[in-house]
Design a protein around this ligand. Sequence first.
Ligand SMILES: Cc1cc2nc3c(=O)[nH]c(=O)nc-3n(C[C@H](O)[C@H](O)[C@H](O)COP(=O)(O)O)c2cc1C
Length: 185
Amino acid sequence: MANEKLNIGIILGSTRQGRVSPQIGDWVKGIADQRGDAHYEIVDIADYQLPFIGTTDGTEPGIAAWNAKLAELDGFVFIVQEYNHSISGALKNALDTAREAWNNKAAGIVSYGSTGGARAAEHLRGIMGELMIADVRVHPTLSLFTDFENFTTFKPAELHLNNVNEMLNQVISWSGALKPIRKKP
Ligand SMILES: Cc1cc2nc3c(=O)[nH]c(=O)nc-3n(C[C@H](O)[C@H](O)[C@H](O)COP(=O)(O)O)c2cc1C
């Protein structure tokens, strides 16, 4: 159906106790839902209890469930936090734990850290190239110093709203454009 809505997953990249990523994910989802242009859902890596890749025989149900969830999605918004100038180990493991389910889809990044998570986001862009995920240009960057209170309570500056919407415009546009080559022959 030409007018079927796209499914976009908002992927929480951190799994540690006390993480702030659910606050950012909920904020992005709130903005996204107001648009009415796609089905948006939070996808929490922590729910899948993924083993560290290669340390088990791969039959854990979470691995299959993770791949099945990604397969349902047409595009992604990664909520990215900076850990030692890169992405979290949890996000890298989750990226490594699927392959075809990532291919020929689009993604945007919303990142945070002392420098807006920019270094982590750039690392993620390199990984996305290998996974054949088309990463869009517009990239909201949130500062731990000015968009959070005490580095823990998320209080985003107003200016980020436009950037989130522009990023979503690009994700929707490219996710839809790539749809024909995702279809099975
Ligand atoms: C192991 C670790 C390394 C971190 N390294 C950086 C860093 O290199 N740059 C930065 O801006 N913030 C760094 N931080 C701060 C995190 O960006 C901040 O704690 C953020 O809230 C983490 O996201 P989360 O709460 O969703 O886990 C680091 C935090 C942790 C736990």
